[in-house]
Design a protein around this ligand. Structure first.
Ligand code: PLP
Length: 386
């Protein structure tokens, strides 16, 4: 059976070009970039070349880009180090209630350390307004962290408008752009943010590598200390193959972005129209401002959506019941609850996310099997007391 992969928000396959670019850096050019001999020097050169190329893709300066182990580390770095750097000025943080757990659980620890966090509740579509943010700001607010695009409902937030408010008050602003980079235009300077997290495996790069854009790196203490790599900002021997793969994938994504956005948005809209024609199926998130390949649905009467995910899996189709991180747990997503869905609705959610390798025939196939699988599951769920 052919596998149809439609869970690209969880992770993407490494692109052919990224893989090809990475390979020499595993064996032929494996030297440590901190070494003086030429093996190491070529690593150092490619590292700085990648920094320039990533900066160009993100509308930033090379001196503002720092390589990390991925989105989780970048998020942790921004939050934890902002608290360390500014904790004497104030102990109040603002975040949206729909952040990824890389932010929420980190903030939970900050709360244990005596920081106070205001969680902004989004509207039903997942949006946060500038007025809401403005109203939550206090004299002791030191950091605001609001994601650029939701990994659960695909809504794209108006970060430029929110960051402007923070800048006026000189409050540091971080955005988790992990789901956005490589899919929609993301330009750090134009957004006006201080920190921005990204992760390679969401746009055709390898897992375990990412970056943090930092407008004023000298003000942000390192999270990971050690040998002083990344100009003392992030220690640890650099993951050169990963960084090369990420850079290649990002350039490729940016180059193909207009075309891919149009193609994936059209496929996405076909899935939305087809799925929402089934009674009791509704789109979640913002119908207008949403990520190109991102479909998120609530399906009434199926109990937990994991049953439909399993049934689709038996047909060779990989989708998710929510975010990848919560897929294993049966708890309703905190994001759907924050959007105002009740626990029952929130447990019947499907996330179908398209990527570079999806083709129209795959969408046809999905739409040909989905109604029957949902009906079958509804009959089962109606017969089961659980
Ligand atoms: N932030 C968001 C919005 C995400 O979707 C993810 C991954 O799912 C992360 C952070 C974590 O990124 P990584 O898997 O690179 O640690």
């Amino acid at each position: 059976m052919k596998r149809i992969y439609m869970d690209n928000s969880a992770t993407t396959p490494v692109s052919e070009a990224a893989l090809k670019a990475m390979l020499p850096w595993f064996r032929e050019e494996f030297g440590n970039p901190s070494a003086i001999y030429s093996y190491g020097q070529s690593g150092k050169n490619i590292l700085e070349d990648c920094r320039k190329r990533v900066a160009k893709c993100l509308g930033a300066l090379p001196t503002e880009i720092f390589f990390t182990s991925g989105g989780t580390e970048s998020d942790n770095w921004a939050v934890r180090s902002a608290c360390r750097a500014r904790g004497t000025k104030g102990r109040h943080i603002i975040a949206s209630a729909i952040e990824h757990n890389a932010i929420l659980r980190t903030l939970g620890q900050m709360e244990e350390d005596g920081f106070e966090v205001t969680y902004l509740q989004p509207d039903r579509l997942g949006r946060i307004t500038p007025e809401q943010l403005e109203a939550a700001i206090r004299p002791d607010t030191i950091l605001i962290s609001i994601m650029l695009a939701s990994n659960v409902v695909g809504t794209v937030l108006d970060i430029a408008a929110l960051a402007k408010i923070a800048a006026k008050r000189r409050i540091w602003f971080h955005t988790d752009a992990v789901q956005a980079v490589g899919h929609i235009p993301v330009q750090a300077h134009a957004l006006g943010v201080d920190f921005l997290s990204l992760s390679a495996h969401k746009f055709g790069g390898p897992k375990g590598v990412g970056a943090l854009y930092c407008r004023m790196p000298n003000n942000l203490p390192p999270l990971i200390t050690g040998g002083g790599q990344e100009k003392e900002h992030r220690s640890g021997t650099e993951n050169i193959p990963g960084i090369v793969g990420m850079t290649t994938a990002l350039e490729e994504a940016v180059e193909n972005m207009d075309e891919e956005r149009a193609r994936l948005s059209a496929l996405r809209d076909r899935i939305i129209a087809g799925a929402c024609a089934i009674p009791g199926v509704e789109l979640t998130g913002d119908p207008e401002n949403r990520l190109p390949g991102f479909v998120s649905l609530t399906v009434d009467g199926i109990g937990h959506s994991v049953h439909v995910v399993n049934a689709l899996n038996e047909k060779g189709i990989c989708v998710s019941s929510g975010s990848a991180c919560s897929a294993a747990s049966r708890e309703a997503s905190h994001v759907l609850l924050a959007l105002g869905y009740d626990a029952k609705k929130a447990s019947g959610t499907l996330r179908i996310t398209l990527g570079a390798e999806n083709r129209p025939e795959e969408v046809d196939y999905l739409l040909s099997v989905l109604p029957e699988l949902i009906m079958k599951q509804r009959t089962k769920a109606a017969a089961s007391p659980f």
